[in-house]
Design a protein. Structure first.
Length: 255
């Protein structure tokens, strides 16, 4: 993914390029000028209504808020796994509180090749949801993704629970509610936390952080730290450093 920034007599425009898809924002005159110049060199398909990007549906509500969802991924989940999860009970959370995956130690426990392939497909679709619209699934998918190579029946049952939760909560979407301030100044805020030695197998701690631009969440992460820390204080230091790096990166883009 690449960011391009242009500032000339027609004012600013910003382009986000991802493979053969691009998304542009800026002053209308600047955008039209840039599109005209690009059309001289490339074949473009221009959609002036920002209603879809990278499989994400972008909806504008009556109060000028934006809502982001991924209907194509949800349709794939329902088509591929509904028969597997239709008998699973309804839950208020995607996974039990404090759920942790224990890796398979014995070969007789592991799923067969067909079931393992299906498991990878289900987790893969959920990872796409976490990336763009369903941050509430971050922790449980972080756990389930640890056994993409070798899972067992318990991991599979937990996956069915998460998929059933997603299908039961189709109304949940990522809301972008931009909060302006009186001085008209852009601002970034962040929240972060860590869980010390959460993984009982390798004793790695977990880093979790969120970045907000004008109160809109624009980046998030839940991931095992890269090395073992010897205290909760050191785990917190690693987590704060990681979140500050992301904040500074976002600040650099804005500047």
């Amino acid at each position: 993914m690449f960011f391009f920034y242009r500032n000339n007599e027609t004012r600013e425009s910003i382009f986000n390029l991802y493979v053969d898809n691009s998304f542009a924002v800026g002053v209308e005159s600047a955008l039209e000028n840039t599109i005209t110049e690009l059309e001289k060199e490339y074949m473009l398909v221009v959609n002036r209504d920002a209603d879809e990007y990278l499989g994400c549906k972008i909806e504008k509500t009556s109060d000028v808020k934006m809502v982001i969802s991924q209907p194509d991924i949800l349709k794939q989940l329902k088509k591929r796994f509904f028969d597997k999860v239709k008998h699973v009970g309804k839950h208020d959370t995607p996974s039990p509180v404090g759920y942790k995956v224990i890796k398979v130690m014995n070969n007789w426990e592991k799923l067969d090749n067909s079931a393992q392939k299906e498991y990878r497909g289900g987790v893969g679709l959920l990872l796409h949801l976490v990336k763009y619209s369903r941050t509430d699934l971050g922790n449980c998918i972080h756990e389930l993704s640890k056994v993409m190579d070798v899972a067992n029946d318990g991991h599979e049952k937990e996956l069915w629970r998460v998929i059933k939760y997603v299908l039961d909560t189709l109304r949940l979407k990522l809301k972008c509610d931009l909060q302006n301030n009186d001085r008209g100044i852009f601002y970034l805020t962040g929240k972060s936390d860590s869980e010390y030695a959460r993984n009982k197998e390798d004793r790695l701690s977990i880093t979790e952080w969120l970045v907000f631009f004008m109160s809109v969440m624009i980046a998030w992460k839940s991931k095992a730290q890269g090395h073992i820390t010897l205290s909760s204080t050191k785990a917190e230091l690693v987590e704060v450093t990681d979140s500050w790096c992301k904040l500074l990166f976002c600040k650099q883009i804005l500047e």
